[in-house]
Design a protein around this ligand. Structure first.
Ligand SMILES: *[C@@H]1O[C@H](CO)[C@@H](O)[C@H](O)[C@H]1NC(C)=O
Ligand SMILES: *[C@@H]1O[C@H](CO)[C@@H](O)[C@H](O)[C@H]1NC(C)=O
Ligand SMILES: *[C@@H]1O[C@H](CO)[C@@H](O)[C@H](O)[C@H]1NC(C)=O
Ligand SMILES: CC(=O)N[C@H]1CO[C@H](CO)[C@@H](O)[C@@H]1O
Length: 387
């Protein structure tokens, strides 16, 4: 066995590449010291290697200030986090323009290892947020994945992010599997996974509970499959909000199936701003969904206007079409279980309902619907009729 043993303080490298195995880089830190420099060193070396490598952060708890891991790399690369990594509790100790852990421009990347990314965006910080002037655009996301291709994120837990837990921007063919995301229901803007400008994404077998959308979908997204996700607390799985900025690209091809919402504010939601720029949302399909005490299980809201910061006089120009709801059942926490508020400017087209069974406190729920002509098959409770 031809093993090169390299040791610089806490940084150890095993090179087993000639056995066809991945070279392993072990990264740790002493006491409360910041693990980022060691991680970066290992990354640079692994990324330059022409054979596959694994960077392992072993079990334990380490402080990590901020890390940006950049590709392209020369061969497949895996970051296995078995540890709990803790962000600085005070956002002032982080560079505000950067995310906490960022991975950019890597092809064939795997993030794994049943570890925890603890953003430490805890009640303490949130409580202070207003007073100390931390604006949400100054707070880092936990994990930022930009322009990844053919990559897998699995078994990781993200805890108490200061802002979005996971932000995905750009790339192609990305799978999330067995991800756990946790933050208090009252933490602001802590979207679980925000995804935009990417095609071919799968999110499966994951549990997301947070203070904002469990999954939010921005423009330029093509082909997203969500399968086996439990969402709650949170604001549901949302397409949008869309239409606020000019030149947004279509959202095309989203399937949510075999998923469950527990105590969320919304379930399956599509939201666009009124008085908007043109846009397209198409081929959105929801199938086999369970709702438990969800305030509004089914929502299309084309007058999405939080805090009344917009004019509703002109309609949204985001065209929504080819949306289906089949086998959606459970309980609504409000009477309005189904809200289909489509745009008067560009009415929804081809909205289909199959079997729906949503009840309100064991009794009758209702549908509120405008500017759509739903196509019905099967049986709907509440009945779906449109103005
Ligand atoms: C997508 O990425 C995965 C993981 O790297 C890979 O196994 C799979 O072949 C890729 N799919 C396509 C169509 O390239
Ligand atoms: C509706 O969406 C499905 C799934 O993406 C697609 O196969 C189908 O062709 C679409 N229908 C229309 C009329 O575009
Ligand atoms: C709808 O759900 C309620 C409550 O779970 C159940 O009692 C009822 O039988 C269901 N109706 C249909 C048509 O499945
Ligand atoms: C600090 C930072 O870059 N935050 C980004 C987090 O993600 C959101 C959503 O994509 C961006 O708008 C922020 O700029």
């Amino acid at each position: 066995m031809d093993t090169i043993f390299y040791c610089a303080f806490t940084f150890v490298l095993f090179l087993l590449a000639d056995l066809g195995e991945s070279a392993e880089f072990k990264v740790t830190a002493e006491g409360d010291s910041d693990i980022s420099p060691e991680l970066l060193k290992a990354w640079d070396e692994a990324c330059a290697a022409t054979t596959p490598s694994i960077i392992v952060i072993p079990k334990g708890t380490f402080q990590m200030k901020q890390a940006l891991l950049k590709g392209p790399c020369k061969a497949p690369i895996e970051l296995k986090i078995k540890a709990t990594l803790k962000a600085p509790p005070n956002p002032n100790d982080m560079e505000c323009k950067k995310e906490w852990l960022t991975i950019n421009y890597v092809d064939d990347f795997t993030l794994s290892g049943d570890g925890t990314l603890d953003g430490q965006g805890d009640v303490q910080i949130y409580g202070q947020k207003k007073d100390t002037g931390f604006k949400s655009d100054k707070l880092p996301n936990n994990l930022s994945l930009n322009f990844l291709k053919n990559s897998i994120i699995r078994d990781i837990t993200s805890l108490n992010s200061k802002l979005f837990h996971v932000n995905v921007f750009g790339g192609k063919n990305l799978t999330f599997q067995k991800i756990t995301i946790k933050a208090p229901a009252d933490s602001h803007n802590t979207d679980g996974i925000h995804i935009a400008k990417i095609c071919d994404v799968t999110i499966k077998d994951s549990v997301i509970g947070t203070g904002d959308d469990c999954i939010s979908i921005g423009d330029g997204l093509e082909n997203l499959n969500i399968d086996g996700v439990t969402c709650g607390p949170g604001h549901g799985i949302s397409v949008g909000s869309l239409g606020k900025t000019p030149g947004e690209e279509p959202v095309k091809g989203v399937t949510v199936k075999d998923s469950k919402f527990i105590g969320t504010d919304n379930g399956l939601r599509i939201k666009t701003w009124p008085n908007s720029h043109p846009g397209v949302v198409t081929d959105i399909h929801y199938h086999k969904i369970e709702m438990e005490d969800v305030k509004n299980p089914i929502v299309i809201d084309q007058e999405y206007c939080p805090n009344n910061q917009c004019s509703k006089e002109k309609p949204s120009l985001v065209k929504i079409s080819n949306v289906s709801y089949t086998n959606i059942k459970g309980t609504s926490a409000t009477e309005e279980a189904v809200i289909i508020a489509c745009s008067s400017g560009v009415p929804c087209e081809d909205v289909k309902f199959g079997d729906i069974n949503l009840t309100f406190k064991g009794g009758a729920a209702k549908t509120v619907c405008s500017n759509a002509k739903p196509k019905l098959t099967g049986k709907q409770t509440p009945p779906v009729t449109c103005k």
